[in-house]
Write a protein that binds this ligand. Sequence first.
Ligand SMILES: NC(=O)c1ccc[n+]([C@@H]2O[C@H](COP(=O)([O-])OP(=O)(O)OC[C@H]3O[C@@H](n4cnc5c(N)ncnc54)[C@H](OP(=O)(O)O)[C@@H]3O)[C@@H](O)[C@H]2O)c1
Length: 325
Amino acid sequence: MQRVVILGGTGFVGRALCEQLVARHGAGGPRLVVPSRRRERGKHLFVLPSVDVIQASVQDDAALARLLQGADAVVNLIAILHGTPDEFERAHVNLPQRLAQACAKAGVQRLIHVSALGVPDDPAQAPSHYLRSKAQGEQALRTAQAAGLQLTVLRPSVIFGAHDRFLNLFARLQSVAPVVPLAAADARFQPVWVEDVAAALIRCLEDPGTIGQTYELFGPEILTLADLVRLAGRASGRARPVIPVPPVVGRLQAAVLRLLPGEPPLTADNLRSMEVPNVATGRLPGLAQLGVQAASVLSVAPRYLGPAGAGVAEQLNAWRASAGR
Ligand SMILES: NC(=O)c1ccc[n+]([C@@H]2O[C@H](COP(=O)([O-])OP(=O)(O)OC[C@H]3O[C@@H](n4cnc5c(N)ncnc54)[C@H](OP(=O)(O)O)[C@@H]3O)[C@@H](O)[C@H]2O)c1
């Protein structure tokens, strides 16, 4: 492949994907085109030799068409975790629809789309805006697949890694709060390492045998949300008691958190998503079929959350941000 467009490539998974592709191929690999609404967001990619971070809005049809010119494949990583129903619809349904149309027009056949574990085949079964809109996005792409799009869908469980906003958030929370009142404490997850997700994406890009498939990406352990909060506390050396709270308190917490500035750590919609177990159904192929041996969150997370780890990277990022870099 000469040119791969990575939508949402400035984010957590996109970073790992670009780094792994560059490490694998050096400067001689495919040109990786990463559009961003704010190019600065992709500054961690600027040093990578074959990556072009481009200021562009994929919500604009003309800009999307320009991006796709001459592309051999597209990876779609664009998603939001919080938003209004309209925002979910735009990011998870309209964009995949428009992307499929733009691919058809530009003659780009290959699309790898990242969805999420817990997304039902039937959108009507989804308890949250997040899961419903993700399911509708998948549906739109499957319609395009019937018309010739070479589609692969990946459905990861919650993803961990040095730059995650999940375990790092729990670790940070325990550095300031004396206890952690936790809604949905029993919600189940099967966390998957970001480097394994990136390896799976690369396998999909390189192996035509993955066309037409849907893969579930998950790690070796099933853990509850409370287990994960405790793991983050232990690994960062700041373990605090975790106190499960009933759903009504969780909804109240979410309502209060919405009033704070910035991205809320938890919303009512997130709580509804957690009603669906975020674990493999066993009905679809997984990492093993992609030739990737899943790493364990129990062994990897302490390496970056611990004092010698990149809780350090997080700290550096915080310092860089406060220094305006
Ligand atoms: N992280 C997880 O635990 C997890 C779990 C399950 C599934 N997934 C899925 O994995 C994929 C990648 O996740 P991630 O964690 O890497 O996400 P991320 O870090 O939030 O990155 C997503 C990227 O999408 C772009 N974006 C967001 N909203 C957009 C919008 N409205 N219009 C255009 N661009 C927009 C942003 O790029 P710019 O701001 O630069 O434009 C951002 O860098 C997503 O499909 C997500 O649902 C993630």
